[in-house]
Design a protein around this ligand. Structure first.
Ligand code: PLP
Length: 442
């Protein structure tokens, strides 16, 4: 890829090495629906298994369709290497399991997608990996929780419901003093934020969301920045500095740069150990679907953000809305983080609180005609959900408040429809929301 063509619009279409299919000259990326690959001879097979040579072995570990997607996502994020997996959840799981084992801990932001909280609190803790939660409003909270078993920091660029942009450089700088890598989930902010430029060592995505963009495939990715020295403090990163008996005693931190000439032990280990042992490979059909979405991600993100900005201004003036939550609508220094880390838009997601409380929230959702009432984010369509009566309905008042979800909170993911149609739908539903409330009260 020509280094000058480093713009996201171009990377999304041409990023990586793929120009046309080497076997057929097909321009569109073919779906390689194969589980296995014929070895040239026994020496070739042995070399592939010993990592002396890189090439296709088995689709659980690599696939040529996935490879095109991996190179493009790596380029989009400004990283060196990428591994795709079956979902965003797997990407988060692998990112942690690749650095931490039983007895270790990760210091994570409190502002996280609910599924990640569940993964951390209920599943990884059962495997003996402790997750310590730090409030990111003050980056120093991360430093306070470090001990000699801390293997990584974890944050989300633009987490809902608070929609406070994560202090990427501040937390990364603290981590680097202790040789602790920062893993960033950039699902909600592709193109408008590149966490690696601010010091993140690893960037994960639920490709299911904005990168796929059309709600047609579940997928995840793990990008290795190549900017983290995994061997600088061997005690801090034992999985990269101690012999791995599952792979003939290889020391990943040393062997990968020697074998590949690139500082990407994180992604190589995730591929050849975690995909090998845990599966969760991305199906090439889904990789193909995500590649189609990826081609337009820069255009879509621009439109999502422009529409969202317009909607924020509309909502701020609406009589039924008591609060608008948006990346730029916070007190300093939180609002300044949007300026510092987001470029070309302030994000596609908006939270609102309604005058009429929970009844108004429900009535508003039920009155929407064009918006879809769904639990996901990152679709070309506009989406809405009322968390207190759905995704967060099992929480009590105190837990709800701690999670940032109030009774009347509604999450909007602004799509790329015409802005007039988005506003019209929101306006008519908001105007009905108070009527629903009056009826419920009487
Ligand atoms: N990370 C974030 C920020 C998400 O919003 C989601 C899903 O909503 C995930 C991870 C999990 O992704 P997936 O649904 O692809 O497993």
């Amino acid at each position: 890829m020509n280094k000058k063509r480093n713009n996201p619009e171009t990377i999304a279409i041409h990023g990586g090495e793929y120009r046309s299919d080497p076997a057929t000259n097909a321009v569109a990326v073919p779906i390689y629906r194969t589980t296995s690959y014929q070895f040239n001879n026994t020496e070739h097979a042995a070399n592939l298994f010993a990592l002396k040579e890189f090439g296709n072995i088995y689709t659980r570990i690599m696939n040529p369709t996935n490879d095109v997607l991996e190179k493009r996502v790596a380029a989009l994020e400004g990283g060196l290497s990428c591994v795709t997996v079956s979902s965003g959840q797997t990407a988060s799981t692998f990112a942690v399991l690749n650095v931490a084992q039983a007895g270790d801990n990760i210091v994570s932001s409190t502002d996280l997608y609910g599924g990640t909280v569940s993964l951390f609190t209920h599943t990884l803790s059962k495997l003996g990996i402790e997750i310590r939660y730090a409030d990111p409003s003050n980056p120093e909270n991360f430093e306070k929780l470090i001990d000699d078993k801390t293997r990584a920091f974890y944050g989300e660029t633009l987490p809902n419901p608070y929609l406070r942009v994560f202090p990427i450089k501040e937390v990364s700088d603290i981590g680097r003093k202790y040789n602790i890598p920062l893993i960033m989930d950039n699902t909600a902010a592709p193109v408008i934020c590149r966490p690696i430029e601010h010091g993140a060592a690893v960037v994960i995505h639920s490709l299911t969301k904005y990168i796929g963009g059309h709600g047609t495939a579940v997928a995840g990715s793990i990008v290795d920045s190549g900017n983290f020295d995994w061997t600088a403090d061997p005690k801090r990163q034992p999985l990269f500095n101690e012999p791995d008996n599952s792979y003939g005693g290889v020391i990943w931190g040393k062997a990968v740069p020697e074998l590949t000439g690139a500082n990407v032990p994180f992604s190589v280990r995730a591929r050849v150990c975690l995909l090998r042992d845990l599966g969760s490979a991305l199906a090439p059909d889904n990789a193909f679907a995500i590649i189609q979405g990826l081609e337009t991600v820069a255009l879509r993100m621009r439109q999502h953000c422009a529409n969202a900005e317009y909607v924020v201004n509309f909502l701020k003036k609406h009589k039924e809305v008591t609060k608008v939550i948006y990346s730029t609508e916070h007190d300093k220094p939180i609002a300044d983080r949007a300026k510092k880390y987001l470029q070309g838009g302030n994000g596609p997601m908006i939270g609102i609180e309604l005058k009429g409380g929970i009844q108004a929230g429900k009535k508003f959702i039920e009155s929407l005609k064009m918006f879809y009432h769904v639990a996901n984010i990152g679709d070309a369509r506009s989406l809405a959900i009322h968390p207190a009566s759905t995704t967060h309905s099992q929480l009590n008042e105190k837990e709800l408040a701690a999670s940032g979800v109030t009774q009347s909170y509604v999450r909007l993911c602004i799509g790329i429809e015409h802005i007039d149609d988005i506003i019209e739908d929101l306006d008519q539903a908001l105007n009905k929301s108070s009527k629903g409330n009056l009826k419920a009260v009487s």
